[in-house]
Design a protein around this ligand. Structure first.
Ligand code: EPZ
Length: 420
């Protein structure tokens, strides 16, 4: 239970400039990857978020020397002292991506015993494809007492993913980079953070080609050296702030983002009646002119990201037009709708599709965060609503958004904390 709640008084158009932070989903893949290096690594643009803090703690527990400078956004990892391949459940339950330690420690030690992951309750979220990949590379994998145990010398193999999986692609890539021989990952995920991880590993001496396509080819190498690397900006933070700007009829410029990562969202915002002006590594959202109906289907990259479905629903709740969002990636990503109905939203769910009937306005209400991106949706709804919205359990939002309150306040939002 969080000791504070967020209070948002809505109706203020967001205006001004905001810097995009380094990516959560890339950082939680790159940090475990440093364990496979023989020398110290420095990771720049590392966001000051809970998931990074959790991984720092885990790497220190394993014996690495880790320091994080939240001013410089710099994480320094010296993996040479790592002396354990065991990560207990009390640590791994704190986030979803803790299971990337399987691929990293299996590569480092030929063995990894890692507790089940935690993370957002947005569906069943199995990891059978991760295990399928480890086994294809020659590891034996067993599950007992809440631990996943992988062991064996790894040899290159061809792995076909039954469906594109970000986590599976990351974990099997980690296990393949130093496997003996060549590997091919087929039907691989193409998200920007997969490319970023491959770029980090190649900067440390790996031989990975094709990241960002559905076929990734990896030539196993003997060792990975250390070095410095800067992770890419956060695609989902960028999208969330673009949606918040449009939803409040604001006028916002986002700096340090990668507009090409945002094309599916930009297209939908344009269909809706917003406009998006892209310059190099900035994106501008001038005041919205109209509200038109849009239909969205979430898909793997470069489709509309499932992580933006929840904040987007908040935007689509306004104005008397009807829209729909069909969620194809996770089976229970609608938990926030019951909270939004308290704010006056008219949204029905029919078989993984949210039918949104636009209303003249939302009104402030007390609501509770159920998962990270649901929290983002409630923040966007609070910014749009008339009156004050109280958001309970906002700590979940800090897992994935760096200093979101401060960023919104700097754009004119009336948002503050109050002890509970
Ligand atoms: C990653 O989750 C992200 N998390 C999620 O972001 C994101 O929503 C998701 O990718 C899709 O883009 C991190 O990167 C830490 P998947 P992941 O494996 O890896 C099924 C956020 O808010 N599947 O691509 O868990 C799975 O159930 C989080 O930042 C299997 O069936 O997603 C899902 O239906 C939420 N077997 C689909 O595939 C497997 O072995 C896609 O999952 C693995 C996945």
């Amino acid at each position: 239970m969080d000791t504070y709640k967020l209070l948002i008084t809505g109706g203020q158009p967001l205006k001004g400039d905001v810097e995009i932070s380094g990516g959560k989903n890339t950082s939680v893949a790159v940090i475990p990857a440093t364990l496979m290096c023989d020398e110290p690594c420095v990771i720049e643009n590392m966001p000051d978020i809970e998931d990074v803090h959790v991984l720092r703690d885990i790497l220190q527990m394993l014996g690495a020397k880790v320091s994080y400078d939240s001013t410089l956004k710099r994480l320094s990892v010296d993996p040479r002292g790592v002396n354990s391949c065991e990560v207990p459940y009390r640590q791994t339950r704190r986030m979803r991506a803790s299971y990337y330690l399987l691929g990293a420690l299996l590569t480092r030690f030929g063995e990894a015993n890692v507790g089940y992951p935690g993370g957002c309750a947005i569906g069943n979220r199995p990891f059978d494809q991760h295990i399928k990949g480890f086994r294809a590379l020659g590891a034996t994998v067993t599950e007992a007492n809440g631990m996943i145990c992988a062991k064996g010398k790894l040899s290159g193999a061809t792995v076909y993913f039954d469906r594109p999986t970000v986590g599976g692609t990351v974990n099997v890539m980690l296990a393949a980079v130093k496997a003996k021989g060549n590997s091919v990952l087929l039907n691989a995920a193409k998200e920007p953070h997969i490319v970023d991880l491959a770029n980090f590993l190649n900067a440390m001496g790996a031989k990975i080609k094709g990241a960002g396509t559905d076929m990734i080819r990896i030539r196993g190498v003997e060792s990975l050296h250390g070095g410095t690397y800067a992770v890419i900006p956060d695609q989902i933070e960028t999208g969330t702030l673009m949606i918040a700007a449009a939803a409040t009829r604001g006028d916002v410029t986002l700096h340090g983002c990668i507009p090409t990562h945002m094309e599916s969202l930009s297209a939908k915002l344009l269909e809706r009646g917003a406009s998006v002006t892209d310059m190099d590594d900035d994106s501008g959202i001038p005041p919205m002119s109209a509200h038109r109906a849009v239909n969205i289907k979430t898909q793997e990259y470069p489709g509309f990201p499932t992580d933006l479905h929840q904040p987007m629903i908040a935007l689509l709740c306004m104005a008397q037009v009807n829209s729909l969002i069909h969620e194809t990636i996770f089976e229970s990503r609608f938990k926030h709708l019951s909270e939004m109905r308290r704010m006056g939203a008219h949204v029905q769910i029919m078989e993984q599709t949210a039918l949104i009937e636009g209303v003249p306005e939302l009104h402030g209400a007390p609501v509770t965060v159920t998962d990270l991106r649901a929290g983002a949706a409630l923040v966007v709804a609070g910014l749009m609503a008339t009156g004050t919205t109280e958001i309970y359990e906002p700590g979940l939002i800090e897992r994935g958004y760096e200093h979101l309150e401060e960023k919104l306040r700097s754009l004119g939002a009336i948002i503050r904390r109050e002890p509970v």
